[in-house]
Design a protein around this ligand. Structure first.
Ligand SMILES: C[S@@+](CC[C@H](N)C(=O)[O-])C[C@H]1O[C@@H](n2cnc3c(N)ncnc32)[C@H](O)[C@@H]1O
Length: 327
């Protein structure tokens, strides 16, 4: 384990010394039932984005405690999570142990060394690229291009600077840094942000074809495909997907994914719920105010119910930030 306090490894091992810490680090809740609910939500997006099959061998970059892997592993031929933190990998390994073919291991940097060239069918990375420098993200994308089989798909997300709620979240970080000590190095595990144009460049520079993107939410979501044959060299493009410029296999994948966009993308209500959570987390509003608003909705939608459970768990973990309110 690295003892460098500025390393990703030290930062994330420190956040996952116990199961409760590890759960809090991945979705903020430290509550098994909330973790299962947020994990099921994310797993549903991954399933739709990757068109998962029972024969698939799938990897996850930054698997955390296996929040998503535990939801997917039973229906796959293989699931292998990798994480920079040994503690996270050990927690994930224990939590997927019931599934033959599922495991997790630690890596020392932006590499996918556990996997041979062209050995994996599909891969994904959720809420992880947002916690690293862009150079490391690009190095991981190059590794994705190495380990995927031709035609293999890779789904990932990133904070989306071009969305108003994504921008608001970034502005909060800017203000935090502004209030801090300018002589201190910034937390290596802090949240980082991208525009869709940047993400397109990184995908294409790694030799992958972009076959799906949705930038309507505070998280940009993308699916990249390893081409059947190496692409002709050339400058990567920041432009959106143009089906006419894709290889035949990529164009077919893009058409299939476009048809299931609603299953991959965040709903407008979900984005609104996240914005309302930001009123609490960064805007100083008491959680009881937002919870009361949501509970008053007739027949709250599944998106609202998920956010109610999540915000309640966050409040429960931080009673000192938001004192109980009189009934
Ligand atoms: C917010 S958690 C998300 C975990 C999981 N993907 C999920 O959605 O439940 C971020 C995870 O990324 C891992 N991580 C952070 N930096 C990493 C890096 N450079 N390489 C691999 N994993 C990293 C952390 O240890 C942590 O487990």
């Amino acid at each position: 384990m690295s003892s460098n306090p500025d390393s990703y490894k030290a930062a994330w091992n420190a956040r996952s010394a116990t199961l409760s810490d590890g759960m809090a680090a991945v979705d903020g809740s430290a509550d098994e039932s909330v973790l299962a609910a947020t994990g099921a939500f994310a797993a549903q997006q991954v399933r739709a984005a990757l068109e998962l099959l029972p024969s698939d061998r799938v990897f996850e970059i930054g698997c955390g405690v296996g929040r998503i892997g535990t939801q997917l592993a039973a229906a796959l031929a293989g699931w292998h999570g990798i994480d920079i933190a040994e503690n996270m990998a050990a927690l994930a390994r224990a939590r997927v142990a019931a599934h033959p073919g599922a495991t997790a291991s630690a890596v020392d940097g932006p590499n996918l060394e556990p996997f041979a060239d062209a050995s994996m069918d599909k891969g994904y990375c959720v809420a992880v690229f947002i916690h690293m420098d862009k150079e490391d993200m690009v190095l991981y994308l190059r590794e994705v291009a190495r380990v995927l089989k031709p035609g293999g798909l890779f789904y990932f997300d990133h904070w989306n600077l071009s969305n108003p709620v994504g921008w608001q979240r970034f502005a909060y970080e800017v203000d935090q840094v502004g209030r801090g000590n300018p002589a201190e190095r910034k937390d290596v595990a802090r949240n980082q942000f991208c525009t869709p144009e940047e993400l397109r460049l990184y995908v294409r520079a790694a030799g992958l074809e972009l076959v799906f993107e949705d930038n309507s939410a505070h998280f940009a979501q993308m699916v990249a495909r390893k081409p059947d044959h190496a692409l002709a060299p050339g400058a990567p493009s920041p432009l959106p997907i143009d089906p006419a410029r894709l290889t035949a296999g990529a164009a077919a994948a893009a058409a299939r994914l476009a048809a299931v966009r609603a299953d991959i993308a965040f709903s407008a209500r979900c984005v609104q719920c996240f914005a309302e959570c930001c009123e609490v987390l960064i805007g100083g509003v008491h959680p009881s105010t937002v919870l009361a608003r949501w509970r008053a909705e007739p027949g709250p939608s599944p998106d609202v119910q998920l956010h109610i459970a999540w915000l309640e768990a966050i409040w429960h973990r931080h009673p000192h930030l938001w004192p109980p309110v009189a009934a």
